[in-house]
Design a protein around this ligand. Structure first.
Ligand SMILES: C[S@@+](CC[C@H](N)C(=O)[O-])C[C@H]1O[C@@H](n2cnc3c(N)ncnc32)[C@H](O)[C@@H]1O
Length: 262
């Protein structure tokens, strides 16, 4: 099966066997969170027990596809991350628990507990030889902050000249209805987040597997960053949406190179 730069309108559990073992550089998985969301199917409507059982099943199905140097990011909520992280830790090295702070504005919220405003992301590696390119994701200082840090002991430090190393708290605003990036999908992730994973954890030309493509954010990030993708998505409407998103991206690229030529 040719799987490079393809998105299969298929259940990950039935389609994954068509990918060769040891062929994937990076897996970015953003599964349903067991919150009852409507994805045009029942995938987010399992009981907690069923959800954990299903999670372990798809994780077992995708992990053999990774190369020895491969990594795995998984988006979850605080509610199920303890069980699922513990499970993955029996198979992989856990490198980070990343907190995505969705920058939710303060406006009321929960009244009998603290308002939850983050997603939990697990970052795992298959071996100690995992690929990681820190320089591609350094965060440059603005001129003012850079100036404030210019004590003599800091001069020439890579973090000062080229940017600091990202921390495990990632603050990126969720995609609002008015955002030009916004697609007709209830839980679309911001490109900024996926770009950071793709750049840090896959080499140029590498292959990224997304078992739950949704609106196709991983595919768009791969095309923008010179990587290849393979993906699965149950809902045929989302598959059409992804195709359209990719077509638009390619059209805009052609327009840009045409404009540069004239
Ligand atoms: C949280 S969303 C992914 C959002 C995506 N990261 C984005 O940025 O648009 C999860 C997606 O997984 C799909 N899905 C659920 N169960 C699936 C399965 N067994 N196989 C393939 N796709 C599935 C849902 O239809 C939904 O679109």
């Amino acid at each position: 099966m040719d799987y490079i730069n393809k998105i299969f309108n298929e259940d990950i559990l039935t389609g994954i066997d068509n990918l060769p073992d040891g062929s994937i550089d990076l897996i970015i998985a953003d599964p349903p969170y067991c919150l009852g969301k409507d994805y045009g199917n029942n995938s987010d409507k399992m009981s907690p027990k069923e959800y954990l059982k299903w999670s372990y099943k798809w994780i077992d199905a995708v992990l053999p596809k990774l190369k020895e140097t491969g990594s795995f990011y998984i988006f979850l909520t605080w509610r199920y991350s303890p069980e699922i992280f513990s499970y993955i830790k029996t198979k992989m090295r856990m490198l980070n628990e990343i907190i995505w702070d969705r920058k939710v504005p303060s406006m009321g919220g929960s009244t009998r507990s603290f308002t939850s405003v983050h997603d939990t992301i697990g970052f795992f590696a298959k071996s100690k030889n995992y690929y990681f390119d820190l320089d591609s994701i350094r965060i440059p200082y603005d001129a003012q902050t850079k100036k404030a840090r210019t004590r003599s002991i800091f001069i020439g430090k890579k973090w000062l000249e080229f940017g600091y190393n990202p921390k495990d708290l990632w603050s990126f605003t969720r995609i609002h209805k008015q955002d030009p990036e916004r697609q007709e999908h209830p839980t679309q992730k911001p490109l900024e987040i996926i770009d950071r994973m793709v750049l840090a954890s896959s080499p140029e030309g590498g292959i990224v597997l997304d078992p739950f493509m949704g609106s196709g954010t991983t595919a768009v990030s791969c095309l923008n960053n010179g990587r290849k993708y393979a993906g699965f998505e149950l809902n045929p409407k989302y598959c059409q949406l992804i195709e359209k998103r990719i077509d638009n991206l390619k059209y805009n690229e052609r327009q840009q190179s045409f404009n540069l030529q004239i």
